[in-house]
Design a protein around this ligand. Structure first.
Ligand SMILES: [Ca+2]
Ligand SMILES: [Ca+2]
Length: 474
């Protein structure tokens, strides 16, 4: 491990019994996705920050039917992925916060992390407005042009009583043509974009606008306390990225066919067996670490967020950011995004080690017990020359018996599980993840199949990448 990140430290361990099952992802999130057909539309209106009106063309996407509820968010906290909401903020002013009410008091990063856990991401501002217009229609409110009433939206009109949040989808008259609830009012909704004071220079392809003008993030749809004009589909709001306020909640988006077979992954079947005493079912694993080229295909498809390019380019003479080399500087969530886009998931810690030991054999390294040679792995070997990554699968003498490349060295690989403290036999922290196999920066010991390193799930490091796995259908 490179010494650049103090949140990392090495623990070498070989006991698989500490493993706990990975989080259940979308199954626990129970998001109801609504398909929004692609098209082009005129975004905004010529009024202060809502202009200039401009053309945006979008691919089809899927948006959550309703704002993320208190119960959905709690499932993410219980899975160890999301950080808890400030309960005082949620119940401030006597606002209700039952299971079916929209979660609020989440900052932008909490919203992003929930969305990724649910198999999606935060919508771009363009996607949000296109969806609020019932698929890009020229209309004033999510339901059409009719002025808002208490039956259309949870909002702050005095005739509707004391302003309050409602259980999601309580105002079906206000649904969009595709059936999205509460796009006007109830919780305001974070979007992915950095807020800009006009649309001058905004992307025309529906992507989030993420260049910095101010460090504010967009939030759309008005809210439970707002007057009627602020429910209009073009109305823009914003807040500080770290602000947890009583108003703003979450609605995730995902790519259509997010569980497809994209990514050009070469899947290798790994037969079932035992890792020491732990049974391992047959599964498939990517032959190679995911490359920069593969990862950038996912970014272009809008299914992955870009790697940290400043991290990847920190040592330009090492050429780490080459197309055919393993992608680095991606956090655990990005590794998950790509894996889902490719029709898989991250391997469990047990699957990874089982595969590295050529289907569970008792051996130190993928090839046996001999110490690594320079033609078996990209690693910190004394006689191997400049330390850097190699094109994936260019050290075939180091392959496993099933043909997996670079399970020792090149880049360390994120796995799905949380990290358990070997001494205490319990979680080290809900945000710490193992990564396996050692890297171009490590010596022999870290390359052992049983060696386990760890990092916070948010870090982007120049020696951590990943490879996906997928379950075999019965
Ligand atoms: Ca809303
Ligand atoms: Ca590796």
């Amino acid at each position: 491990m490179r010494p650049m990140n103090l949140s990392h430290f090495r623990v070498v361990a070989a006991v698989a019994a500490w493993l706990i099952p990975g989080p259940g992802f979308a199954a626990d999130a129970r998001v109801e996705w609504v398909k929004i057909p692609g098209g082009s539309f005129r975004m905004g209106q010529d009024n202060r920050d809502e202009g200039p009106v401009h053309h945006v063309k979008l691919k089809a996407f899927e948006l959550a039917k309703y704002e993320v509820t208190v119960a959905q968010y709690r499932a993410c906290v219980e899975a160890g992925i999301c950080s808890p909401v400030d309960a005082k903020c949620l119940s401030a002013s006597g606002l209700p916060a039952g299971d079916e009410h929209p979660v609020r008091c989440v900052d932008w990063n909490q919203a992003r992390i929930f969305s990724e856990w649910a198999g999606g991401r935060l919508p771009s501002e363009a996607e949000w407005e296109y969806a609020a217009r019932g698929g890009g229609k020229k209309q004033k409110y999510p339901w059409g042009d009719e002025a808002p009433t208490c039956a259309h939206a949870a909002y702050g009109d005095p005739s509707c009583g004391k302003p309050a949040v409602f259980p999601v989808c309580s105002k079906p008259l206000g649904n969009t043509a595709q059936g999205l609830c509460d796009m006007g009012g109830n919780a305001t909704e974070w979007v992915a974009d950095i807020y800009h004071i006009s649309y001058q220079g905004a992307p025309a392809d529906g992507r989030a606008w993420d260049s910095a003008e101010y460090l504010l993030r967009g939030a759309r749809g008005g809210g439970w306390f707002e007057r009627a004009p602020n429910l209009r589909v073009s109305k823009r709001g914003f807040s500080g990225e770290r602000n947890q306020c009583q108003v703003i909640g979450i609605r995730p988006v995902r790519e259509v066919g997010a569980s497809g077979t994209a990514g050009g992954v070469d899947w290798i079947k790994i037969p079932g067996g035992k890792l020491d005493e732990t049974p391992v079912k047959p599964f498939e694993m990517a032959r190679a670490e995911v490359t920069f080229k593969q990862y950038h295909d996912c970014v272009r498809a809008g299914a992955c967020t870009a790697e940290d390019s400043s991290c990847a380019a920190a040592d330009p003479e090492l050429k780490l950011a080459s197309d055919d080399r393993p992608v680095i500087c991606v956090d655990w969530f990005q590794a998950q995004q790509f894996s889902r886009w490719a029709g898989g998931r991250l391997p469990t810690d047990a699957e990874w080690e089982y595969a590295a030991r050529s289907a569970g054999k008792k051996r130190l390294y993928p090839w046996g017990d001999k110490e690594p040679a320079c033609d078996q792995a990209a690693f910190n070997g004394e006689t191997c020359g400049v330390m850097t990554t190699r094109a994936v699968c260019s050290s075939p003498k180091g392959n496993t018996e099933q043909g997996l490349c670079d399970m020792a060295g090149n880049v360390g690989e994120w796995v799905e599980d949380r990290y358990l403290d070997p001494a205490a036999g319990k979680e080290l922290g809900s945000t710490v993840r193992p990564h396996r196999g050692g890297s171009w920066y490590d010596g022999n010991d870290a390359l052992r199949a049983a060696s386990r390193d760890m990092a916070d799930q948010d870090v982007h490091n120049d020696d951590i990448g990943f490879r996906p796995a997928r379950s075999l259908k019965d």
